[in-house]
Design a protein around this ligand. Structure first.
Ligand code: AMP
Length: 224
């Protein structure tokens, strides 16, 4: 790894539900030594702990709708102040609307920071639906297992975890299509938004996890 991989970076990963954002954000955050901030994971943790935020978010998430912007922006604003963001961050699942992107600009400007790059993971719609219907998640550690077409019999095998695997309620077929529609209506316009600011990099999100990771590393290296 070159030493240039350690400079400060603020990166956004855009992509539809099932595009591999979470998997790729985890790998990239490890590689760059920056914080991985997934708004979906933050909401799911709050739902599990039954916090007031979790109760509010649950109603939206289970319908495949977006959680309101003000709530989501405050959550991210607080998260960006944590010490693990000192070397930078990968935002996974945020922003999802133009209003969130405008708010993020203001939050970063207040912190005297600016974005390094916005990576858009491009995956064909039929591949997204197929991936979502085969995705199982660990109830304990949140690890994602993309390979099952039927409910898996064994539990989570990530590290020493033995958590129960479940299909996220919002990954079920009836909700999936709605999430993809919401993505096209509310989130896809962010591509033009960030392209106009010279930050957008298109990444082919199809193929193996490792090959997509390599494409992302190359793209990020070019921003040095
Ligand atoms: P994800 O894990 O990124 O697929 O997010 C799961 C769900 O959490 C989404 O379908 C939304 O309901 C909610 N969510 C996550 N991030 C955001 C966001 N930036 N704005 C609004 N809702 C969000």
């Amino acid at each position: 790894m070159s030493t240039s991989m350690h400079c400060w970076r603020g990166i956004i990963l855009l992509g539809g539900p099932g595009s591999g954002k979470g998997t790729q954000a985890t790998l990239l955050a490890q590689k760059l030594g920056v914080a991985h901030i997934s708004t979906g994971d933050l909401f799911r943790q709050n739902i599990k702990l039954e916090t007031p935020l979790g109760k509010l978010a649950k109603a939206y998430i289970e319908k495949g709708e977006l959680v309101p912007d003000d709530v989501t922006v405050s959550l991210v604003q607080e998260r960006l102040k944590r010490p693990d963001c000192a070397n930078g961050f990968i935002l996974d699942g945020f922003p999802r609307t133009i209003a969130q992107a405008d708010a993020l600009n203001r939050v970063l400007a207040d912190m005297q920071l600016s974005l390094t790059a916005v990576l858009n993971l491009r995956v064909a719609p039929e591949v997204l639906v197929d991936r979502l219907s085969r995705r199982w998640t660990c109830k304990s550690c949140g690890a994602v297992f993309p390979e099952f077409s039927l409910p898996p019999r064994a539990g989570c095998k990530k590290d020493i975890c033995d958590g129960e695997l479940y299909q996220r309620p919002d990954d079920r077929p009836e909700t999936q299509r709605h999430r993809i529609e919401v993505y096209h209506e509310q989130t896809a316009p962010l591509e033009a938004y960030y392209a106009a600011r010279g930050l957008l990099i298109q990444i082919d999100g199809e193929g193996s996890i490792e090959s997509v990771h390599q494409r992302i590393i190359e793209a990020v290296r070019c921003k040095d």
